[in-house]
Design a protein around this ligand. Structure first.
Ligand SMILES: [Zn+2]
Length: 108
C-alpha cells in the first residue's frame, strides 16, 4: 500500500518510473533491465552501468501498483512484493537526493 502511494506520488510529480517500455528510447516492454537513474525499465541497448535485472513478477507488481490494478497486486507472492519494495525505495531515494541537491543549488 505504501509503495502504491509512493509510486503514485512520483507519477503526480512527473517522476513515474517505467516498468514496461524502455524509459530511454521507448522500446515496447517488458524490458529486463532496470535503472533508477534512467527512469525505470530499460532495453539492452540503453543499459547503463548499475542496471539491475529484477524478476518479471516484481516489475509486473510495480506496474500494477502504479495503475491501480489491485487484483494483480494482491495476487503477487510475498518475495516479489519485497523485491518490488526494494526497487521503489531505491528509486525514491535517488530522486529525492537529486531533488534536494538541485534545491540547494537554487538556494545558492
Ligand atoms: Zn532503450
Amino acid at each position: 500500500m505504501l509503495d502504491a502511494f509512493l509510486l503514485r506520488s512520483l507519477a503526480v510529480n512527473g517522476y513515474a518510473p517505467s516498468f514496461t517500455d524502455c524509459a530511454k528510447c521507448g522500446m515496447p516492454g517488458p524490458n529486463r533491465f532496470f535503472s533508477v537513474a534512467s527512469g525505470g525499465s530499460i532495453c539492452p541497448d540503453c543499459r547503463v552501468p548499475g542496471s539491475v535485472v529484477p524478476s518479471p513478477q516484481a516489475l509486473e507488481l510495480l506496474g500494477a501498483l502504479l495503475t491501480g490494478d489491485w487484483e494483480t497486486a494482491d495476487a503477487c507472492e510475498a518475495r516479489y512484493v519485497r523485491e518490488g519494495s526494494g526497487l521503489v525505495s531505491a528509486y525514491l531515494h535517488w530522486h529525492l537526493e537529486r531533488g534536494l541537491r538541485s534545491l540547494r543549488y537554487v538556494e545558492k
